[in-house]
Unconditional design. Structure first.
Length: 344
């Protein structure tokens, strides 16, 4: 700033006011300062600005993986919402590792950001509290039964219940749920995880429709399309007669449908399939996939506004809020049929 002021022949304060667009600086002087700044390749120092104001207008977003459609689309929605409020977003991938999560919290959140939107997987509440350095944080799908930070959850229970309700409504009698063990509900460490909450929604629907299910109706895999495709091969060879499938993510659904096609099983004629998330690819897949579509604009709005409120409150202690994003069931070709024809 001193170099810019010297080149423009003005005081440092005048140069600073001019670059901030202060109307008290006459247009000719402001133009001279801007020209000097351009010639010297001057840019504002965010760290210095943060020291003066306590804020730099940057928030962080840390999520599991950026090479999968859903977290990538969610990151884009949050970045757009932050931009709407005049903020910039640094998006980081934790790679679902504790080391990655700790490094991001220590180096990005504490050093660069006014606050963080964070998807925890491997650090506990106390670690989060310590690593946040007192800066505001909003969690995504927090698994803590007694949260210490604001959190925004995906509509796991209600969305999964809607998916099973739909399969039952179109006539499915023997439904397979792909993505979680039946036993995970009884394991304390997983009882509030995303998969367990989606499983809970499935069980609620089965119970309300008086449908008895066995552990064999629930198959656990890693949440990726490769595992889902292999599982579909095993299901086809097993001889079990499923007429409907709920996959806990859309990427699982795409992999599973591809695996069924490998084995000559038609969707939806032989088996109806529903996914979860609402990623863009589901509309263009063959067949297009019925999905529980999370309203990412609503999720982003809730997360960013919670974070902004905490930033504005600047250390005021209040009870953490837990919000849930809206959703809708988008019905497409993968469940559009009038009768069931089981060929397994």
């Amino acid at each position: 700033m001193s170099d810019v002021a010297k080149a423009a022949g003005v005081s440092r304060a005048t140069a600073s006011y001019a670059l901030r667009g202060d109307p008290r600086i006459v247009p000719q002087t402001a133009a001279k300062v801007r020209e000097a700044a351009r010639a010297l390749h001057y840019t504002a120092n965010l760290s210095a600005r943060s020291l003066r104001s306590g804020r730099n207008g940057v928030i962080g977003l840390a999520i599991f993986e950026l090479d999968r459609a859903y977290p990538s689309e969610m990151g884009a929605a949050i970045s757009r919402e932050a931009n709407r409020h005049g903020l910039q977003t640094i998006v980081q991938e934790t790679s679902n590792s504790k080391e990655g999560e700790i490094a991001i919290l220590q180096k990005v959140t504490s050093q660069l950001c006014d606050g963080m939107i964070f998807s925890p997987g491997n650090v506990n509440d106390e670690e989060l509290r310590q690593l946040s350095g007192g800066k505001p944080m909003v969690l995504l799908d927090d698994i803590s039964p007694d949260p210490v930070f604001d959190t925004v959850n995906t509509p796991c229970e209600a969305g999964s219940q809607a998916a099973i309700d739909h399969l039952i409504e179109i006539g499915c009698k023997n439904i397979l749920v792909v993505g979680a063990h039946y036993e995970s509900l009884t394991e304390d460490l997983q009882s509030t995880s995303v998969s367990a909450r989606r499983l809970y929604g499935c069980l609620k629907s089965f119970d309300e429709h008086d449908i008895e299910v066995e552990p064999e109706n629930f198959l656990h895999i890693l949440w990726n399309p490769e595992e889902a495709r292999d599982l579909a091969h095993r299901v086809a060879k097993s001889g079990r007669r499923y007429d409907g499938v709920f996959c806990m993510t859309d990427t699982i659904a795409m992999g599973f449908i591809r695996g069924l096609a490998d084995c000559g099983i038609s969707v939806p004629k032989d088996m109806a399939v529903v996914g979860f998330d609402g990623i863009n690819e589901t509309e263009y897949f063959i067949p297009s996939i019925t999905t529980v579509s999370t309203d990412l604009s609503d999720l982003a709005s809730k997360a960013v506004n919670l974070l902004l409120r905490r930033i504005e409150e600047d250390g005021v202690i209040s009870e953490p809020q837990r919000l849930t994003a809206d959703f809708k069931l988008v019905k497409r070709s993968s469940t559009e049929r009038s009768d069931l024809r089981i060929t397994l």
